[in-house]
Design a protein around this ligand. Structure first.
Ligand code: DHB
Ligand code: FE
Length: 281
């Protein structure tokens, strides 16, 4: 039986990808950011997940304002890095897991959570930067990845509770997949940041800290945060944090915090990262 053993959350700031790709990780500005991800790289090398479900948002790369799925699951064999204006990132093509992805799509839709099924899609920094932070710069990503895209770009995004409930449905879906697979789920984006308008550069460390605390101990409380509070407290792009709730919903209520990292700023964002592990059954 497949099983979700752990969840990871991390910001997906595109400048982090550029720093890696351009060999700038040792520079004083970037060094403390990458240091915060040393732990997870070693931990993942030990844990060796068979598959990762990566919850992220597309930033008008694969989708555009012409087509905005609220939730979309990538069922393709592979996903190429998107060209976001400077050519595709020099990172490996993402290999999918069509068998598990189709199973999850079917299980979710029959569970009355309607997903858009995607059979061809390029993946942008929302997906590739987290993979770089978790795995460094390998020749090939060490395991298949199922992209799960959430609309947090165009109002109205799904509610935090909807995302949390989606996570719970993903957990049920994975548990009903026959082959033995060690699955992890990654929630990306955030933390507080605003890229536009008079508050551009806005960061709210007390809000982010409370969100990290609540993610382990009070996810139901977090799931009730309304959109307007994300905008006010975490900036206009802070709404990306609802994707962390998909990850949290897919874990046990008593999942344990294994590691946490927080750093301000990287580009315009507060970088947050947490690892939560399910109790052994
Ligand atoms: C930044 C952060 C994001 O999440 C994003 O999608 C684009 C830019 C930033 O901090 O610059
Ligand atoms: Fe983003």
């Amino acid at each position: 039986m497949a099983d979700i053993v752990a969840g990871i959350a991390t910001s997906h700031v595109p400048a982090i990808g550029a720093a890696l790709d351009l060999g700038k990780t040792g520079e004083p500005y970037w060094q403390p950011v990458f240091k915060g991800y040393e732990f997870v790289k070693g931990w993942l090398a030990e844990q060796k997940p068979d598959v990762i479900i990566l919850v992220y948002n597309d930033h008008a790369s694969a989708f555009s304002l012409e087509l905005i799925p609220t939730f979309a699951i990538g069922c393709a064999e592979s996903f190429a890095p998107a060209d976001e204006g400077w050519g595709p990132r020099p990172v490996p093509v993402v290999q999918g897991h069509p068998e598990l992805a189709w199973h999850i799509a079917q299980a979710l839709i029959l569970d009355e959570i309607d997903m858009t099924i995607v059979n061809k899609m390029d993946v942008d920094h929302g997906l590739t930067v987290p993979l770089s932070l978790l795995f460094g710069q390998p020749q090939a990503w060490p395991c298949p990845v199922i992209p799960l895209a959430v609309n947090v770009v165009q109002y109205p995004p799904p509610t935090g509770n909807r995302c949390y409930q989606l996570g719970k449905a993903i957990r049920r879906a994975v548990a009903s997949f026959e082959p033995d697979l060690k699955v992890m789920i990654v929630g990306t984006g955030g933390m507080s940041h605003q890229l536009q308008g008079p508050r551009a550069g806005f960061i709210n460390t007390p809000f982010d800290t409370a969100f990290l605390d609540g993610l382990t101990r009070d996810p139901v409380g977090l799931s009730k945060i309304p959109h307007i509070e994300y905008v006010r407290e975490a900036g206009s792009e802070g709404i990306e944090l609802v994707m962390w709730l998909v990850m949290r919903g897919a874990l046990a209520d008593d999942a344990k915090e294994v590691h946490r990292f927080y750093h301000v700023p990287a580009s315009n964002s507060a970088v947050g990262h947490i690892i939560l592990q399910n109790p052994k059954e």
